[in-house]
Design a protein around this ligand. Structure first.
Ligand code: LMR
Length: 395
């Protein structure tokens, strides 16, 4: 039964980490995966996380099963973070939130849930989108289409094209939108453009699925989450996946959540009961530690403030790194204009490097995604010159 199984291709993002790990060159640089590194090239362990862990160690608890939907304190804190404690959807108990295995797990729960209750819907993802979106929704059984998004000529959003695509989608289609820090392009919509997108989604009767994996890496926690609240205020059915991998630097703990907005508290209770079946048949219930850490930080005012400060510091370092990157590129490759990198938001730069140029970088042990996406948050004062020199050489 196994003999005819072919080798699957490497994952377009995590496969790069595999190749990077296998590279014996001590000077290797990984600009592939979306992970924030500090200026020393280390993944930070946030102080707010360490302090929360110290609190948890002082209150040792047995590791019993969590409820299927996750830790209640976590679900509540996440819901309030995502929608606002005073929002109508929270006050009227129309929102449900379940702990998930990272943002990817949240997307998969949402996809499986939609497949059960709206199997005829087609899914639309941006062109381009996070490399895993298509595979994930396809594996849940959906036909996945692209909608116009990125314009390589301007390095920004082809907004007219996007709006036209939204208006042409069939009623009931699921539209996956990046709430902030678009992955991979770093090109976000303006507030006025979101107005028009929300209007098109509501008018067409589409099902918005907002993916928010980078809250706090764009303009700020509230600013980056604003679009979720605006969608929630419309009263349309809404799904939101969010992740704390990046914002808490808790990658390996796999802490995320899926929230769904219903039209009434009664409907929400029914949705939760069904979502619990999706969880139960996938992995039964989520792990304890990461959820406890995040819940402790979010519910403890000093730790929450510390988290906000630490997240702001990561955001600021990325912005400064963009500036330094552009400045250096101007020196080393003056005939090329990289000014657009400053306008991009979040961890990534869709650099415009071709697949061939990326392959040439790899010969120098510098790893990027084939599409030309590079993780700006992996650049630092020690590797910046090396990377810029290498880019200038391949251009
Ligand atoms: C990325 O886009 O690099 C991250 O979201 C990590 C991942 O799981 O792909």
């Amino acid at each position: 039964v196994f003999s005819a199984i072919e080798m699957a291709p490497r994952d377009p993002i995590l496969g790069i980490t595999e190749a990077f790990n296998a590279d014996t060159n001590p000077a290797k640089i990984n600009l592939g995966v979306g992970v924030y590194y500090d200026d020393n090239g280390k993944v930070p362990l946030l102080s707010c996380v360490q302090k929360a862990e110290n609190i948890l160690i002082e209150q040792p608890a047995p590791r019993t099963y969590l409820p299927i939907e996750g830790l209640a304190a976590y679900d509540k804190a996440v819901q309030e973070l995502v929608f606002g404690a005073d929002s109508a959807v929270v006050q009227e108990r129309r929102a449900i939130t379940v702990q998930a295995i990272g943002g990817t797990g949240a997307l998969k729960l949402g996809a499986d849930f939609l497949q059960r209750f709206s199997p005829a819907s087609e899914v639309f993802i941006s062109d381009p989108s996070w490399e895993n979106h298509r595979a994930l929704f396809e594996s849940a059984g959906f036909k996945v289409n692209n909608y116009t998004y990125y314009d390589p000529a301007t390095h920004g959003v082809n907004f007219e094209g996007m709006l036209a695509a939204l208006k042409a989608m069939p009623q009931g289609a699921v539209v996956v939108l990046h709430a902030c820090c678009h992955n991979p392009t770093g090109a976000d919509l303006t507030s006025q453009q979101w107005d028009q997108v929300i209007d098109a989604v509501v008018t067409r009767g589409l099902i918005p699925f907002l993916d928010m994996a980078y809250q706090g890496f764009g303009a700020g926690i509230a600013e980056d989450g604003a679009v979720v609240r605006r969608f929630a205020a419309t009263g349309v059915p809404l799904l939101v996946s969010n992740s704390f991998s990046k914002s808490f630097s808790l990658y390996g703990e796999r802490v995320g959540a899926l929230s769904v907005v219903a039209s009434s508290a009664d409907e929400a209770a029914r949705l939760l009961s069904q979502l619990k079946r999706v969880v139960r048949t996938n992995y039964s219930n989520p792990p304890v530690h990461g959820g406890k850490v995040v819940a402790t930080v979010l519910a403890t005012p000093e730790l929450r403030q510390l988290w906000e400060d630490e997240l702001a510091a990561m955001r600021v370092r990325i912005k400064e790194t963009r500036d330094a990157f552009v400045k250096k590129l101007k020196e080393k490759a003056p005939q090329h204009d990289f000014e657009f990198v400053r306008q991009q938001v979040g961890m990534f730069s869709y650099s415009g490097l071709t697949k061939e140029q990326v392959a040439k970088l790899r010969e120098q042990s510098i790893y990027a995604v084939d599409t030309g996406r590079i993780c700006v948050a992996a650049l630092n004062s020690r590797n910046l010159d090396i990377v810029v020199d290498a880019i200038a050489k391949v251009l």
